[in-house]
Structures are given as C-alpha cells and as structure tokens.
Design a binder for this molecule. Structure first.
Ligand SMILES: [Zn+2]
Length: 279
C-alpha cells in the first residue's frame, strides 16, 4: 500500500509531474457499480456481510474503508479514460484491479476498475469498441470473465502461465509466458502481437494495465524482465497508441519487489515514458 503514497511524491519531487497534473476522483455511484457488479455482491460490500470464505478470497480483512477506497479508484479510471480522450494519455496512481469478478472480489481486488470504466463509457455511447491490454504478470481473470460474451470489449492478457490465478479464465487473447521470460523474449512477443491486435480490434480507447510485477526482483512475478525492459514495454505500448491515435488510460496494477524503491522506480518509469511520448 505504501507505493501509492510514494509514487506521486517521487513524480512531484523529480518534476515529472506538477500538482496541477493531478485530479482527485469522487467515489463512483451505486448506479455505476451496478453496471458491472451484481446487486447481491454490492449489498454484501455495503453491509459488510461477506462470508468468511469470500472475505479470505479478497486477500484483505474486510473494512468499509476498502470499499470507499475502491469506489474512488474506479472513478479515477473512468476519469482517466475521459482525460485520455482529450490528452492522449492519462494514468491512475492505483487501479488495475483485474481479479475482481462481477459477483466477488479476489486477489486484493474488490471492484474491477477497467470493467466499471468500460461499462460506463459504453453506457454513455462515448465509445463503441474497447481493447484491454493487460500486461500485469497475473492473468486478468475477472476482466476476462466479465467480458467473456461482450464483443465490444476485447480482452488481451499476457502473463506468466504458472502463476496466480491457477484456474485461468478465457480472455479474447491470452499469452501465457514461461517462468524466467527475459526482456528480449517478452518484447519480441509483444511487438509481434500488439500492432496486429490494434489493427484488428480498432478500439476507440485502450485500457492498459501496466503492472510492474513482471520485473526480475518481484516476489510474486516469476518473470525476469529488467526495469529497463519493463520501461521499453511501456514505451512500445504508448508509441503504438500514439501511432494509431488511440487514447490510452493506464492503471498501475501489481508490483511486489522486495525493495519498495524498485517498485516505485518501475511505476515512475511508466509516467516518465508517457510524458516523453505524449507531451
Ligand atoms: Zn499482478
């Protein structure tokens, strides 16, 4: 949790961002939640009545502040999408809660921010077609399931195959990487895949999950990207978005290196890269 304080501090300190580059989202409404999550699940969150098993699956001891926090983060992603439509790119300091299903939380995820934002944009007719590029090291199982039969949202997940979640869902495109995948292998697969995908899907907007749990120092990741390789990954995604003139809304996702400075540095690279390419 510490990284969510340190990341904006670092970006301000080094001058990558100014205070005026930040916005503070209000919480999403019940109506917005219910476009993605079931009313049964929302009732349990609102009343604090998850079963022990459901609570354990979220990975957190339940507290109403998690729900409150999640509602702000989800709106951050919605607002990022609208900012991206104006500015090309916008980034959420948090978010990327791709393990949340419509009816349950899982793996530190209560609400699915990409799903909530996607459904919001589609509901208002602001987009017709979306592409989710999920490069967190873990499969975007909740997102895949939520949009399983919704052709308006194409889900692409590139992740470590032998990693959580053991029971994978079916994204529109899954690439499961072997343990120890290096920069070169990773980047060549991404470069062979993403441009074709953008061309094929023709999205009005891309949601990019830029998890930094792909780096070699990550406790949970099992891949072997360097911080530089991870930065090149972001560079490639942003360059392609710009080349095809597709707005990109980014959520940070996972990062669990032993040293918090590795985590903050890798996430900060996503911001530095976005700034370099778009502004
Ligand atoms: Zn992850």
């Amino acid at each position: 949790m510490e990284k969510y304080e340190l990341l904006p501090e670092q970006l301000l300190y080094e001058g990558t961002l100014a205070k005026s580059n930040f916005f503070e989202p209000d919480p999403i409404s019940e109506e917005q939640i219910l476009r993605t999550h079931t009313s049964e699940y929302w009732d349990k969150l609102r009343n604090g009545s998850l079963s022990r098993k459901e609570e354990r699956a979220t990975g957190f001891p339940f507290h109403e502040s998690l729900v409150w926090r999640g509602r702000h983060i989800a709106n951050g992603t919605i607002q990022c999408a609208y900012h991206a439509m104006n500015d090309g790119v916008a980034l959420n300091i948090a978010g990327g809660t791709h393990h949340a299903y419509s009816d349950r939380g899982e793996g530190f995820c209560i609400f699915n921010d990409f799903a909530i934002a996607a459904n919001e944009l589609l509901h208002h007719g602001d987009v017709n077609q979306l592409l989710i590029v999920d490069l967190d090291v873990h499969q975007g199982n909740g997102t895949a399931k939520i949009f399983e039969s919704d052709s308006r949202v194409f889900t692409f997940s590139m992740h470590c195959e032998h990693n959580y979640p053991l029971q994978k869902e079916k994204s529109d495109l899954d690439i499961g990487l072997p343990d120890g995948t290096s920069d070169d292998e990773y980047l060549s697969i991404l470069k062979a895949t993403l441009p074709k995908l953008i061309y094929q899907v023709k999205p009005d907007l891309i949601f990019y999950l830029s998890g930094v749990d792909v780096i070699e120092t990550d406790k949970l990741g099992r891949l072997a990207l360097t911080k530089e390789g991870c930065k090149q990954r972001d560079e490639f995604v942003f360059t392609e978005c710009l080349r095809y003139q597709i707005p990109v809304a980014v959520s940070m996702g996972g990062g669990y290196s032993h040293k918090i400075s590795d985590i903050v540095e890798a996430h900060a690279n996503t911001y530095r890269t976005a700034k370099e390419i778009f502004f």
